[in-house]
Design a protein. Structure first.
Length: 223
């Protein structure tokens, strides 16, 4: 009997849709709901949109989250202006404002403060593991003005992602700019072990200017 071929994952094409093309439908109270998640078939997290043609209409219905599902929720005011009330605290939220409600037991509600207000919601259980690049990017951006703060960020990132080539590489940069040759070479060697492509970055990175003539550094950059 011939062996069956392994099942290949089905590739799903990217999709784009404008919010105005997702038909709104009545929700609880005065809410108008646009089923974004359902329309796009998203399974990684919950997301929807809510619109209000007039001030005073709901853009988030009054509710708490299901304690069993324990979803965290993030709201983003895409246009207009909304007034949120979270556990009795009022929050003025013009367009561009994020409102994060981490506790499922928090009571939340939002009404439009302007016509044509649109609020996007995103929710899911707190299972996401942040990528290591968040720590590497933050450290690189702050290293010049606050070396100690950048190092604290990298130590935190290394604890979260000990096998991250990016964090190890940024640690090597930090040590090189602080004048610790041995530590810089040690972190760079580990970064290359984890991802050999970082050699190309190191070859032209000015953070390693002090090591350009170092024989061990040149050897690390030799495939």
């Amino acid at each position: 009997m011939a062996e069956s071929e392994p099942t290949r994952p089905v590739r799903r094409p990217a999709r784009a849709v404008h919010i105005d093309d997702i038909e709104g439908m009545p929700g609880p109270n005065t809410l108008t709901w646009h089923p974004v998640r359902m329309t796009l078939g998203i399974r990684a997290f919950g997301t929807n949109a809510y619109t209000a043609k007039e001030p005073g209409l709901d853009v988030v219905e009054p509710h708490t989250e299901n304690p069993v599902l324990a979803h965290e929720e993030l709201y983003f005011v895409a246009r207009g202006r909304a007034t949120f009330t979270v556990d009795g605290e009022e929050i003025d939220a013009p367009a561009g404002t994020y409102v994060f409600v981490p506790d499922p037991a928090s009571h939340r509600h939002a009404v439009a403060a302007e016509a044509d207000t649109t609020v996007l919601s995103f929710g899911g259980p707190p299972t996401f593991v942040p990528s290591a690049w968040e720590w590497a990017f933050r450290a690189a951006a702050t290293r010049g003005d606050d070396p100690a703060g950048a190092r604290a960020i990298l130590d935190e990132g290394l604890a979260e992602h000990p096998e991250s080539a990016g964090v190890r590489y940024e640690l090597a940069c930090w040590e090189a700019t602080q004048g610790d040759r041995a530590a810089a070479l040690g972190h760079l060697a580990k970064a290359i072990e984890l991802d050999s492509s970082v050699r190309d970055y190191a070859a032209g990175d000015e953070d390693f200017a002090s090591l350009r003539d170092d024989a061990e550094f040149r050897e690390l950059l030799t495939p």
